[in-house]
Design a protein around this ligand. Sequence first.
Ligand SMILES: NC(=O)c1ccc[n+]([C@@H]2O[C@H](COP(=O)([O-])OP(=O)(O)OC[C@H]3O[C@@H](n4cnc5c(N)ncnc54)[C@H](OP(=O)(O)O)[C@@H]3O)[C@@H](O)[C@H]2O)c1
Length: 248
Amino acid sequence: MKLVGKTALITGGSSGIGLAAAKLFQDQGARVAITGRSTESLAAARGVLGDQALILKSDTSNLGEIRSLMDTLQEEFGHLDILVLNAGVATPAPLDAVSEESFDHMLNTNFKGVFFTLQSAVKLLREGSSVVITTSIANQLASVNFSVYAACKAALRSLVASLAIELIPKNIRVNAVSPGPIATPMFDRFGLSDELSRANRERIQGKSPIRRFGTPEEVARAILFLASDEASYMVGEEIVVDGGMSLL
Ligand SMILES: NC(=O)c1ccc[n+]([C@@H]2O[C@H](COP(=O)([O-])OP(=O)(O)OC[C@H]3O[C@@H](n4cnc5c(N)ncnc54)[C@H](OP(=O)(O)O)[C@@H]3O)[C@@H](O)[C@H]2O)c1
């Protein structure tokens, strides 16, 4: 067991990659708190994680909610050893169809939320703690119809490098996990018809060197590594988990 005695917060832990990481962390002995927005996904997460998990409704794009989240964690856990900044949204659209609302929603969740959650959490993070940020292979590839999302993830990659250097004197390590295509509910949230959605999945699968989507558990294992003391010399790095997709 790699996380015995540790406390962890996973944002966007109610679904997909975040939920798989929360389950794995629990199995490794950690006390886990997760956040999400929708009542339905939080209830489903309760079914997976059970009563011992702290399941909190908190919108990562809202600074007031981030502050009260940290107050709750201070009361419940007293401190944090692991922070996984994973909440994210993607709304695909070509350049001429991106609305200001959609642009702000993606930036506020994927970039601003990550920055201010980390800023608020620093006072709770103990010496020797680990921060893992979920980026994406889209941060270094041309991503047609995902320009805003990809730019947010590129901004996160930059943030990981800068804040890793800023926080290492406090003995806090900041790193990133960069997933390729992973089979999560995110793909159902794109607003595509069933037919287009299926064609999209087939296209991605056909392009992938490994010829399949990754599973959330495969990404969770890389998050566990960075979160644990096994990665004690990893600072400001990004682990790519993508079946070889970004090598093409
Ligand atoms: N799946 C992929 O192929 C892939 C590839 C590369 C990177 N990623 C990244 O991996 C991360 C997890 O994605 P996923 O694929 O696991 O997607 P997912 O299943 O859709 O999960 C997204 C999670 O983020 C939460 N969330 C969204 N907006 C939020 C907000 N404003 N405040 C708090 N929580 C919020 C969701 O909660 P609700 O359900 O309550 O909204 C959910 O728990 C994201 O950062 C995504 O960009 C995914």
